[in-house]
Design a protein. Structure first.
Length: 125
């Protein structure tokens, strides 16, 4: 469960709640509940496809990362918001007004929607 939580970018408790409510199927492995890889992949795709539910607006951005807000740094005009989406850390600069309206703070589930004309691709060392 903890590895599934880490991969989905949520807490262990969130994964347990999803399993308890039937959103995520688990199996018993001795005394532990386990999420099989195929089920985790299916569920991750479900979250990515509809992270905001039915009320989410339609948009052209295809690069969407659902994750947890880990840090919000605000000044009088701007806010820097850090989001942990599975193994990915996404940082965004937005207006303080927007951060306040969205009530962004550590622990809030949010979606980073990225629409860029320039993306740098590097090879790992």
């Amino acid at each position: 469960m903890s590895e599934a939580a880490r991969l989905l970018g949520v807490s262990d408790d969130t994964v347990r709640r999803w399993a308890d409510h039937g959103r995520l199927t688990t199996i018993q492995d001795g005394y532990r509940r386990v999420v099989e890889g195929a089920e985790l992949a299916r569920f991750a795709q479900e979250l990515a496809a509809d992270p905001g539910g039915e009320s989410r607006s339609r948009e052209s951005a295809r690069n969407r990362f659902t994750g947890l807000v880990t840090k919000v740094t605000k000044d009088t005009v701007m806010a820097q918001v850090e989001l942990q989406a599975g193994p990915f850390r996404v940082v965004s600069l937005i207006s303080r007004e927007a951060a306040d309206e969205l009530a962004l703070e550590p622990g809030v589930l949010a979606v980073a929607s990225i629409k860029a004309t320039n993306v740098v691709i590097e090879l790992p060392r």
